[in-house]
Design a binder for this molecule. Sequence first.
Ligand SMILES: *Cc1c(COP(=O)(O)O)cnc(C)c1O
Length: 378
Amino acid sequence: MVNIPYATQWIDEEDVKVVAEALKSDWLTQGPKVKEFEEKVAAYCGTKYAVALNSGTSALHAACFAAAIGKGDEVITSPITFVATANCVLYCGGKPVFADVCPDTINIDPEEISEKITARTKAIIPVHFAGNPSAMEEINKIAKENDLVVIEDACHALGAEYKGSKIGSCKYSDMTVLSFHAVKHITTGEGGVVLTNEKTYYDKLLLFRSHGITKENDLLLKNDEGAWYYEMQTIGFNYRLTDFQSALGINQLAKLDGFVKRRREIAKRYDEAFADLDKVVALLEKEGNKSSYHLYVIQVEDRRRVFDKLRGAGVLVNVHYIPVYWQPYYQKMGYRRGECPKAEAYYAQAITLSLYPKMADEDVLRVIDSVKEALKQD
Ligand SMILES: *Cc1c(COP(=O)(O)O)cnc(C)c1O
């Protein structure tokens, strides 16, 4: 029997066509498609500005730069995320501080955030885990009271909604980061975006994406010396997305709502199939919110046995995530196990089931049957 992956992209003939067309155009790196992609992502999410970058990780790095995270600054984030969410703080010389999660959603708990705030706290990076929005209203309130920047890591949550507004709208945050890695809702191969409603952040993000260099007349610090003139005003990187990737992104974005609809359909099937199994706990979609189901996670008591049985049956399940501060690099820095007990208890039981828009109904059924079979003690 063929294996069922936990996630995979969906590239169709039209995607291939638009990339081929972009490759034959005059622009390979930064051309009109980048701008068009940025405008379309911003319009979809209901934000003023979007800056496209070459990965979600570089987008997180750029957002931390724009937020002026520097040496000694503390940034509070979730331990149940991909390492990049915390690493971007380290890139800027800051210190990630992990606040524990809510057991029903595995999103960062606002009360735990409040407990971790010190005089050095500069920002909060909530992660909308599995596509399920974090408690943004509460997080925004804490940020306002303590003068903190909020950067949403929405790499799981393109297409999700929080209290009637699209994730990415930045209604409750300063900036929002998306990823277009192959397993995410839409893909550009590698790629990412930072969304914001603030011009000052937007200008900094643009600088950072391209070596800290600007040619914009009204942003120049010195007199324009001629048509060749540009200024490097800060230290930046080459984090640019290409035009042909942007062409792919534009075509993928047009299919996003259909992708999310299919993801939600599959999640509903799983919800129904596991509802009467007291051995399986699924994450909760909060009333009034809409999850875009990047992941479908179950929690089972004998995780290792169930995981191995599923893999053995060709259902290539995964685990998201090992608490970030358990990683050897973080342990070497002095982080200790036991810091976030709820996150650790979740991790001990978590399994990510297969979920992707191209998934066939018969594969969904096979995953359900395999989970039920794996739960039987032998
Ligand atoms: C995918 C992901 C990232 C990093 O995105 P890349 O595009 O792979 O660099 C960051 N945070 C979370 C939560 C992610 O899922």
